[in-house]
Design a protein around this ligand. Structure first.
Ligand code: RET
Length: 259
């Protein structure tokens, strides 16, 4: 009856966690995404295409494990604030993001063909963003929480800056097909990833304007789009499916004949 309760989800396991509905749906969508990419990549022999497939399959694969653990309440802890208020923090998200966001960035680095230093720096700053976000989520005072959020957000701005400058200009040397895939993916990343710090600060970790149920639903939609949607756009490109060197599509057609 209560519309807020309806919005929050449904307590699937009967342990008082209505957000299990969204975590359960998230688990299923990640598993479906993983197997869809495995099926598409089956029999692909081209070395570069296999690299993209391996990364793109691992991303929802890792998320399936993180979502399943959150569903069963394993990746969950309680943080007591100074005022006595207790927050439920799903820390398994950060474990998921710590591995999957570098993999997503690695896909973009491979597309842009940037050097190792650029790739390493980008991934290092990204890891710093996730770890400082986790410290913020586990902190006990509002001042500490908001300070870590700011730290993490500054790291995030560096990641975005790198993507839109160094990587973007390196991608200009690639074929038109690679460039257009790269541009679509960076636009997707810029929009979707920006929603994470906003959701964190208005959600239960920050100001608490949005409750845990709605927050879990929103993170689930973002995670599925940023992982499965991203992989879908990436693997749609003919040029990366075995034709990254030569511009004509014939070599790619051969490698992806199993499609
Ligand atoms: C946190 C903490 C608060 C500040 C910032 C954050 C950024 C998180 C991002 C996560 C992206 C996750 C993706 C997952 C799925 O594929 C950690 C919420 C800046 C950008 C893309």
């Amino acid at each position: 009856m209560d519309p807020i309760a309806l919005q929050a989800g449904y307590d699937l396991l009967g342990d008082g966690r209505p957000e299990t509905l969204w975590l359960g749906i998230g688990t299923l969508l990640m598993i479906i995404g993983t197997f869809y990419f495995i099926a598409r990549g089956w029999g692909v022999t081209d070395k570069e295409a296999r690299e993209y497939y391996a990364i793109t399959i691992l991303v929802p694969g890792i998320a399936s494990a993180a979502y399943l653990s959150m569903f069963f309440g394993i990746g969950l802890t309680e943080v007591e604030l100074v005022g006595g208020e207790v927050l439920d923090i799903y820390y398994a998200r950060y474990a998921d993001w710590l591995f999957t966001t570098p993999l997503l960035l690695l896909d973009l680095c491979l597309l842009a063909k940037v050097d190792r230093v650029t790739t390493g720096t980008l991934i290092g700053v990204d890891a710093l963003m996730i770890v400082t976000g986790l410290i913020g989520a586990l902190s006990h005072t509002p001042l500490a929480r908001y300070t870590w959020w700011l730290f993490s957000t500054i790291a995030f701005l560096f990641v975005l800056y790198y993507l839109l400058t160094s990587l973007r200009s390196a991608a200009r040397e690639r074929s038109e097909d690679v460039q257009s895939t790269f541009n679509t993916l960076t636009a997707l990343v810029a929009v979707l990833w920006t929603a994470y710090p906003i959701l964190w600060i208005i959600g239960t970790e920050g100001a608490g304007v949005v409750g845990l149920g709605v927050e879990t639903l929103a993170f689930m939609v973002l995670d599925v789009t940023a992982k499965v949607g991203f992989g879908f756009v990436l693997l749609r490109s003919r040029a990366i499916l075995g034709d990254t060197e030569a511009p004509e599509p014939s070599a790619g057609a051969e490698a992806s004949a199993a499609d």
